[in-house]
Write a protein that binds this ligand. Structure first.
Ligand code: FES
Length: 178
């Protein structure tokens, strides 16, 4: 297995994020570093990747595992090229999120948390994504898709069936600007 290491550009960004915090408080940089790690290492956080992040922050690996396993935006197992995260909280639920999930499950032949055999799609249900006024909604990579209907979901799946690339997990500019 090749050595786990951020590329030079990401590493420079990592160092600038860590420097935003006082000496001894580097752990505060953990969430953005996990986002960067997930983006760079195929959309998920393996134990070696989390160990690497721990070493950059000089904290114990278990401190990284605790955080990464708490938040649904981090994936602890491989995901498909297209990650569909459907909100299932109150507003989305009231406006048909369960039916949307069932529709996706039937269309892709997978259940919540599973990936299609061709590695193309992963379906995940998550808690409120803060877009309650446009429920039901889902996040696909870094993009929100709102006021969902079966037709909109079908169009998304058909669009992504033909793409070779991985959905992006974050807007890297967010970390550059702030
Ligand atoms: S309830 Fe779905 S985005 Fe808030």
């Amino acid at each position: 297995m090749s050595e786990i290491k951020f590329n030079d550009e990401t590493l420079a960004m990592v160092q600038s994020i860590i420097k935003r915090y006082p000496e001894g408080k580097q752990k505060s940089a953990l969430l953005p570093l996990l986002h960067l790690a997930q983006a760079e290492f195929n959309g998920w956080l393996s134990s070696p990747v989390m160990d690497y992040v721990a070493s950059l922050l000089n904290i114990k690996p278990v401190e990284v595992y605790e955080v990464a396993s708490f938040y649904s935006m981090y994936n602890l197992k491989p995901v498909g090229k297209c990650l569909l995260e459907v909100c299932r909280t109150s507003s989305c639920w009231l406006r048909g999120a369960n039916e949307i999930v069932e529709h996706i499950e039937n269309k892709l032949g997978i259940k919540d948390g599973e990936t299609t055999a061709d590695g193309k799609f992963t379906l995940k249900t998550v808690e409120c994504l803060g877009s309650c006024g446009t429920a039901p909604m889902l996040q696909l990579g870094a993009d929100f898709h709102e006021n969902l209907t079966f037709e909109k979901v079908d169009a998304l799946i058909s669009e992504w069936s033909n793409k070779a690339e991985h959905s992006k997990y974050l807007d890297i500019d967010t970390f550059r600007k702030n």
